[in-house]
Design a protein. Structure first.
Length: 313
């Protein structure tokens, strides 16, 4: 179960990276929902996959960054970009060597946190969050003072905010994604792919020999090997893997598939949700899920349905 879940997480992360900042946005939203279902209980995520989870969470929040009506921390005061900054901090801590790109992304997120508030006319909130964004270090002092002056001017179209805009932030994140993929492509997916091919007996000997004699310094050969192995998995083992997952842990996989093929909410389920909110309060979705009678739902689904009910009522 853990291996299959880990494989799915790696694959979902790869899809998120591929669709980040690209059309159609529906593909990114679909894989975001899958990732949220997979990482619902972060305590069960293996240590070697924490970085994958942090990257996924960062990308989801960057995409939602301009939507102040969306929040991820059960606190409307924490905007998507403020939440994104916390995950970027976690990613930075896991880097062996901090590059200029890391500093650029941090600065762009900080600037855009303020810019998004100002674009929506929330100048007081922009001033409040400024105190949280920056430490007292001398390296932060100059930017902090510039942003404080911009907030006082109440002009969201000043040159600094226009130059360090959201498109530039997205572009920098894409650059980081490329570095991340180059560093991590050979880890979990490659090992899982090779094991799957060998276990099926599909050219395992030839593949093993090819793996031994590949020059590790030859990036072209390495990329060719990765594409070859991963293509075999996608073409020959995808359906088998999905069937295996369904047989081994249906309670886990069915909610994930229901994200692609959502079932209509019944009147009884809506009543269970409302009763749970009255009893446990908004935000305690996991507890409501456990004590309620729902049809293959996840806590994320409960949260989304509650938002829909609030809008319609």
């Amino acid at each position: 179960e853990a291996v299959a879940a880990g494989w799915m997480l790696e694959f979902a992360c790869s899809c998120l990276c591929r669709h980040f900042g690209a059309a159609p946005a529906a593909e990114f939203r679909r894989w975001s929902a899958v990732v949220e279902a997979l990482v619902e209980d972060c305590s069960k995520i293996p240590t070697h996959q924490k970085k994958v989870v942090h990257l996924c969470q960062l990308l989801i929040r960057i995409v939602k960054g301009k939507n102040l009506g969306c929040y991820f921390e059960n606190d409307p005061r924490i905007s998507p970009l403020v939440s994104a900054l916390s995950f970027w901090t976690l990613l930075e801590r896991e880097e062996l060597k901090l590059e200029k790109l890391h500093e650029d992304i941090r600065r762009l997120i900080q600037i855009q946190v303020v810019a998004v508030y100002m674009e929506n006319g929330y100048f007081k909130e922009a001033a409040d969050v400024l105190e949280w964004l920056f430490t007292d270090s001398e390296s932060d002092k100059s930017l902090r003072m510039k942003l404080a002056t911009i907030i006082k001017s109440k002009d969201p179209y000043v040159p600094l905010l226009q130059s360090f805009n959201y498109d530039l932030l997205t572009s920098k994140i894409k650059s980081y994604i490329e570095l991340f993929r180059k560093e991590n492509e050979t880890n979990f997916l490659m090992q899982a792919a090779i094991k799957q091919v060998e276990s099926k007996g599909l050219g395992a000997t030839a593949l093993h020999n090819k793996t031994v004699y590949v020059n590790e310094n030859d990036e072209n050969n390495l990329e060719t090997k990765q594409r070859f192995v991963f293509s075999i998995i996608l073409l020959r083992d995808m359906l088998g893997q999905l069937r295996l997952c369904i047989n081994i842990f249906p309670l886990f996989i069915y909610p994930v598939f229901s994200l692609f093929f959502p079932q209509r909410w019944t009147y009884k389920e809506d009543w269970e949700l409302k009763s749970g909110v009255r009893k446990f309060g908004v935000g305690n979705w996991a507890k409501i899920l456990v004590h309620g009678n729902f049809n293959n739902r996840t806590s994320v689904m409960l949260k989304d349905r509650w938002r829909t009910l609030c809008r319609t009522e």
